[in-house]
Design a protein around this ligand. Structure first.
Ligand SMILES: [Zn+2]
Length: 339
């Protein structure tokens, strides 16, 4: 007798409706040939894709808990060595996932499985597929193969052509409540209560970001440096402003990486600007960067509400310039002199 639902051993939080749906699909072996996991970044979409893939290749006999974590397939998958699970993403120094990457990916999925198991291909950040890569992928989706599953993760469906969307099962991920992230950090990741409080707030609904902050010291320090540079940007002294920009640009990144690094900084500056507005409005409870309040407080009276709104517009415009291939140095320097 087929069970109506498998129990999932996935260490993920929030978005229960999605996991419920996938648990039922696994129990009934009612698996689509392609899925799109969509929602803002760092909600754990790629982690969910991995656990779904691991559940599909798991060789457990009763399939009561998936993945079982005990069988040889689970052992290999946990180490990232399972021969039937593939992942591609955009190389850090490239603007797109290339047609060559997609061709290799499709070829691998076309080979027969080692153990007559499912073959799963995950495309992380499918919004960065080049146009020719999209067309190649579309051809594959038009001729689905038995036991081949493709999972695309995207921040927004708008980035994908309708032809791909219409052939896929869409699962929409939402931000996770800060309380749930806090509990997860304390119970499952060994964080202290005060650290969990800061990080759950800082993560703003994105559990995968909270895990990164907790586990990747370098990532957290890099984030902290970008927060600190905001003080320089708000300085009335133009030299200090340029100093802040210079610091961001001198991170060693070049080309596409420099552009992405600049966009990341602008994102953080936008959120810091919003935090200053919240402080101005006496809504400290809603401030995202509570962990950095010591650095934020001295900036509070540098710009009034109208000036902060103006800065929000300018930051938004700078991001558009960066997206339109304006040189990052030029875009950031023009930001420094425009408010
Ligand atoms: Zn297993």
């Amino acid at each position: 007798m087929a069970k109506s639902k498998a129990k999932l051993s996935w260490p993920l939080i929030g978005n229960g409706h999605i996991f419920e749906f996938l648990a039922k699909s696994l129990a009934k072996e009612n698996i689509a040939s392609s899925y799109i996991f969509t929602g803002p970044s760092d909600l754990g979409k790629t982690a969910a894709a991995h656990y779904f893939a691991r559940s599909l290749v798991c060789q457990s006999q009763d399939r009561e808990v998936l993945p079982c974590g005990q069988c040889p397939a689970c052992g290999q998958a946990a180490k990232g060595l399972h021969g039937d699970i593939y992942l591609i993403k955009k190389p850090a120094d490239k603007k797109n996932i290339s047609i060559d990457q997609i061709r290799d990916f499709i070829r691998s999925l076309g080979l027969s499985s080692f153990l007559n198991s499912y073959k799963i291909g995950i495309i992380k950040g499918a919004d960065s597929l080049s146009e020719s890569a999209v067309n190649a992928l579309l051809k594959t989706l038009e001729e689905p193969k038995i036991k081949v599953v493709i999972i695309l993760t995207v921040d927004s469906l708008e980035a994908l052509p309708k032809t791909i969307i219409s052939r896929s099962q869409i699962l929409r991920f939402s931000p996770v409540a800060a309380g749930a992230i806090y509990d997860d950090l304390v119970k499952n990741h060994g964080a202290s209560r005060s650290l969990a409080k800061d990080l759950s707030r800082l993560a703003a609904g994105r559990p995968a970001l909270a895990w990164k902050f907790l586990e990747d010291k370098e990532y957290y320090e890099d984030y902290r440096a970008r927060v600190s540079s905001f003080g320089g940007l708000l300085s009335p002294d133009i030299n200090q402003r340029f100093g802040a920009i210079e610091k961001i640009l001198s991170s060693g990144a070049a080309g596409q990486e420099a552009v992405e690094s600049a966009v990341k900084t602008i994102d953080i500056w936008q959120n810091l600007t919003r935090d200053l507005m919240l402080l101005e409005l006496s809504l400290a409870d809603l401030v995202q960067h509570e962990a950095f309040l010591e650095e934020l407080a001295p900036l509070k009276n540098k710009l009034n509400l109208a000036a902060l709104l103006n800065l929000t517009d300018i930051l938004k415009r700078t991001k558009l310039y960066l997206g339109a291939n304006v040189n990052p140095k030029l875009a950031l320097e023009s930001l420094a002199v425009s408010f």
